[in-house]
Design a protein around this ligand. Structure first.
Ligand SMILES: [Zn+2]
Length: 195
């Protein structure tokens, strides 16, 4: 019997959040049956270029579904019986509305294991979606970090920095290392400073 609860994997971009999510899902799949696990990804990210992301492979028995809204109806509309599901992974969770309510419903009411991966903040270091509202309700928080791409000496990269931006809007622009880099506190401050 898989223990129900909510795990949150968070941190800046390039921090290995998806790798951690896949690792946990694969571990659960090893002891569960096919149809017991789903991975929910945000609809629109199907064609995202994965070449820059070094991530281990997901056990191919785990079904990946793409949604814009988290709900039981939406999950069951793609031929999945929610009763059979024991573990639900959610990737790029900062993009989902109603994330907190969905996680509470699944963990409290339906006793499922929820593993959520998402950014701890946007490139302005503001909260992103409902990730921070999971803090009071989760069993476990795993904070990942990258390495500062400016220091290049092993200093942890803890913030997502957007390059050449007006930084006022477009919180959800999806991009690679051409748009974003992960930096330490000192470099976040100096590179963001307006002259
Ligand atoms: Zn640095």
């Amino acid at each position: 019997m898989t223990k129900s609860g909510i795990s949150l994997i968070t941190g800046p971009m390039w921090g290995g959040k998806t790798s951690e999510l896949y690792k946990k899902l694969n571990m659960h799949q090893a002891i569960l049956d096919v149809n017991n696990i789903i991975l929910i990804r945000f609809s629109g990210s199907e064609n995202r270029v994965e070449s820059e992301r070094i991530i281990p492979s997901l056990d191919n028995r785990i079904k990946i579904i793409y949604l814009t809204d988290l709900s039981i109806e939406n999950i069951e509309s793609i031929d999945i019986n929610i009763k059979e599901i024991k573990v639900i992974g959610i990737d790029e969770a900062q993009f989902f509305n109603a994330l907190r309510n969905f996680c509470l419903l699944m963990a409290d009411e339906f006793s499922k294991t929820i593993i959520v991966s998402g950014l701890n903040g946007d490139f302005n270091r503001n909260t992103f979606g409902e990730i921070s509202s999971l803090l009071p309700i989760c069993d476990e928080i795993i904070l990942k970090h990258s390495l500062c791409s400016e220091c290049r000496d092993g200093t942890p990269g803890i913030f997502s920095l957007k390059l050449n931006c007006d930084c006022e809007n477009n919180q959800v622009e999806i991009g690679g290392t051409d748009i974003y880099k992960t930096v330490c506190r000192k470099h976040y401050y100096t590179l963001n400073k307006k002259d």
